[in-house]
Design a protein around this ligand. Structure first.
Ligand SMILES: Cc1ncc(COP(=O)(O)O)c(C=O)c1O
Length: 404
């Protein structure tokens, strides 16, 4: 008789955003007239910009002609895209990364969830707290996290690195040595980041203790300060301790068309085994390539027109972030993030719990945000707003919050 992977049953409760959706649905049923503004989920709202749409149209036409039709894409991605990535994202920043270290994928969620497969189940992971839930949940599914304690909301075999206002959202090196360290910078959910010098310390630490860093840079395009690294490979020694995961979702609005990539440097070798080779094997076996049409759109992101258009879009969202950030600050809130990321992280007023503030905001202002506690125990007492809405809605939401 077959048996299931019982690790799945260890996963607590339902997904944060389905809980939010349930609450919002119940509220709209009871108040059908309410004009709800959603600043909760981290999805983009601006349409994909013209350079990328044009590239997609062209690629669609190619698919309809026997002479230019494309079937399965090469396992690791088309050279035109991988070369563009290397030139713009790495070589232009002085990082020695080559095309055979780039693995094109259907997005950062899949890669950040799947990457743990190439590591032993004996590895101990360390995560920031609060954290993007995929890192922990994918390790739960693999049986790496031990036992869940519902009271503390913590797994016995996970090392948590609290990131709160007290440490300026900079994780401290854990007391026990982890094997795999997940870092998401700029950070979802806190919207904060590390300076390049602080990141260098993490790279040095990982090399010193023999750990690997899984570096999720999905929000790289939102970095506005010059002392922040755009890729972990700007740090000395990162090629021997870090895998970097990137996405086209937030810089170019590809959340609905799916494209990302992962960098696995050839210098990453464990007991004589190349991690690049392992990920190539995994990719070749379990993934059949991102669509040609979408990879052409990805290539267009790096064209002059594409770069100008995505810069404008990111600027639009960051203007929302600034509006929300300064508006909340003026209204007396304790606010973080919003400078190098499209997320605003605020302290709930009067020591309300994150979910109490969620209910309060939904009922009194008809504004939906995300309770910080949904991202981990250290998120309790915090709340996330996103800058991914329209400017008009960001301003309206803010007015309502100010008038509470
Ligand atoms: C930190 C982080 N990583 C990855 C993703 C997923 O990116 P993608 O759309 O490329 O799967 C998200 C999406 O919200 C995210 O916040």
């Amino acid at each position: 008789m077959y048996k299931i992977n019982t690790n799945y049953q260890k996963l607590p409760g339902s997904y944060l955003f389905s809980n939010i959706a349930k609450k919002v649905n119940a509220f709209t049923e009871a108040h059908p007239e309410a004009d709800i503004i959603r600043l909760g989920i981290g999805d983009v709202t601006q349409p994909i910009a013209p350079a990328m749409i044009e590239a997609m149209h062209k690629a669609v036409d190619e698919m309809g002609d026997a002479k230019t039709f494309h079937g399965y894409a090469p396992d690791l991605g088309y050279a035109f895209l991988r070369d563009a990535i290397v030139a713009h994202d790495y070589q232009a920043r002085g990082c020695d990364i080559s095309a055979d270290e780039i693995f094109v994928s259907d997005g950062a969620k899949s890669d950040s969830g799947n990457i743990q497969e190439i590591f032993s189940v004996d590895n101990r992971i360390a995560v920031c707290d609060p954290v993007y839930p995929v890192y922990v949940d994918s390790n739960v599914m693999a049986g790496r996290t031990g036992v869940y304690d519902a009271n503390t909301q913590m797994w016995s075999n996970v090392i948590y690195m609290p990131c709160t206002a007290e440490n300026n959202f900079v994780p401290e090196f854990p007391k026990e040595n982890p094997d795999i360290i997940y870092l998401c910078l700029p950070n979802n959910p806190t919207g904060t980041t590390l300076t390049k010098d602080q990141l260098q310390e993490w790279v040095d630490y990982a090399n010193r203790i023999g750990a690997i860093i899984i570096y999720d840079a999905a929000y790289e395009a939102y970095i506005s300060e010059s002392n922040v690294a755009h890729t972990i490979y700007e740090c000395q020694g990162a090629k021997t301790c870090a895998i970097e995961i990137r996405s086209f979702s937030k810089n170019a609005g590809f959340t609905g068309v799916r494209l990302g990539f992962t960098v696995v440097p050839k210098d990453l070798v464990c007991d004589g085994v190349s991690l690049n080779g392992m990920w190539a094997r995994r990719h070749g076996t379990k993934f059949n390539g991102a669509p040609y049409i979408i990879q052409r759109a990805g290539e267009a992101v790096y064209s002059d027109a594409g770069q100008a258009q995505i810069k404008e879009q990111v600027g639009y969202y960051m203007n929302n972030a600034k509006t929300i950030y300064t508006g909340l600050k003026d209204a007396g809130y304790e606010v973080y993030g919003g400078i190098n990321a499209p997320y605003i992280w605020l302290k709930t007023p009067e020591n309300m719990t994150s979910w109490d503030f969620f209910d309060f905001l939904l009922e009194k202002a008809n504004v939906v945000g995300t309770p910080g506690s949904g991202f981990g125990p250290s998120g309790e007492g915090y709340f996330r707003l996103t800058a991914f809405g329209s400017y008009e809605n960001s301003v309206r939401a803010l007015e309502r919050i100010k008038n509470l």
